[in-house]
Design a binder for this molecule. Sequence first.
Ligand code: C2E
Ligand code: CA
Ligand code: CA
Length: 410
Amino acid sequence: MLNRGATMQAVAQAIAAGSGDEELAVLVVRGRRTRETELSLGYAVADALAAAMEAKLVASLRAQDTVLRIGEHAFVVLLPGVRGRQHAALAAAKLVRALGQPLMLEGWQLHPSVTVGLALYPSDGADADTLCLHADQACHEARNEADGFAFWHRPVHADSFTHDELRDALARNQLELYLQPVLDLHGSRISGYEALARWNHPRIGMVPPPAFVGEAEHTGLIGELTRWSLTVALRHLAQLRREGHMVRMNVNLSVVALQMPGFALQVMDLLRVWQVPPAALALEVTESALMRDVVRAQGVLAELHDEGIRISIDDFGTGYSSMAYLQRLPTDELKIDRSFVIDIATSDRARHLVGTMVDLGHNLGLEVVAEGVEDEATLALLRDLGCDRAQGYVIGRPRPATDIVSAAGV
Ligand code: C2E
Ligand code: CA
Ligand code: CA
């Protein structure tokens, strides 16, 4: 049975492996009344039932699909490359039928049944956590459906923002910059901050960054969003450094922005305007986005790197880096994805894996940062593993930049 971290990791990998215009269906499959089977017929029958369910799932699916066991009688199923809801619905109906066949187990005749919830990437969620949550919510709803399966539905009240609203918010400077501290694990000081954008929409409240970043990428607003992030981050960095905090600033970058003509020049101009040395700026690009178009990204990254700007590979571990590319790309830093870090205090396997990633980074001459560190035990282990820096709720949550940088002069 997989723990939460390993499950999220597998889902994140399936997202990263997609080609962009295909959909990924995430299904949560749960056995009905299995607790009753366990109590009335015993653990051996309940265990045999779980094994039979898993075998039937595998037998009903295609070779490229994945079955992850997440609970006693609960599974996450990943169907890459589905063609729309109709296609996913057919697969769900097939699973409900296959797992609803009567079974003889340990001399008992069983009449099992399951409920299935579906969420599609990218329309029903932008990341593994959201997709699994939505598929599980749909699975709960499916109890009331005759077919035994249900798709996730966006709650009616929380409707979405429009393209025009995002454009206006950018034009009117209504986005806010939050900063999250990064701790140096060799000493114990804050060595820098990561800049994270926030949009508090007047009608629907906080919009998750992946939602508006994705919208900006698809509609040509990404240039403006990137310019905004860089400008505001550098303005705060300049003020921090004037106050004597010789910190670094990490800014997230969409690869779409990286491919805009003249991008490197634009960054250099901004550095000059704010009088910040290039080495105090790190640009983060996610591993999966980078690997999708490594050839085109390579040139711009080299330009930025030659100017002395640091390049950081974000969400490392979820994007299938080729070792050859990793060695060739002009990079300075690897950020180990949160899904690997969250389990190191409880799983030897996770700890060894993160240790291996730290060594890999060091062997390539890179600094290694762990993200999503939520407790002291994890922090201590990361120090033992030789990790260079850490970021996460136990060190500090993202806070409005204006709270961190003293208001004077900014
Ligand atoms: P990311 O770069 O991986 O950022 C880290 C995310 O993890 C942030 O979410 C942060 O709030 C969250 N986080 C930090 N520490 C912890 C922890 O200990 N536990 C947990 N559970 N979460 C933690 P956020 O701010 O919602 O950002 C999500 C993603 O949106 C970012 O992922 C980044 O890829 C993107 N993003 C944010 N701001 C910008 C921006 O200005 N430009 C671009 N292009 N992308 C941005
Ligand atoms: Ca980041
Ligand atoms: Ca990250």
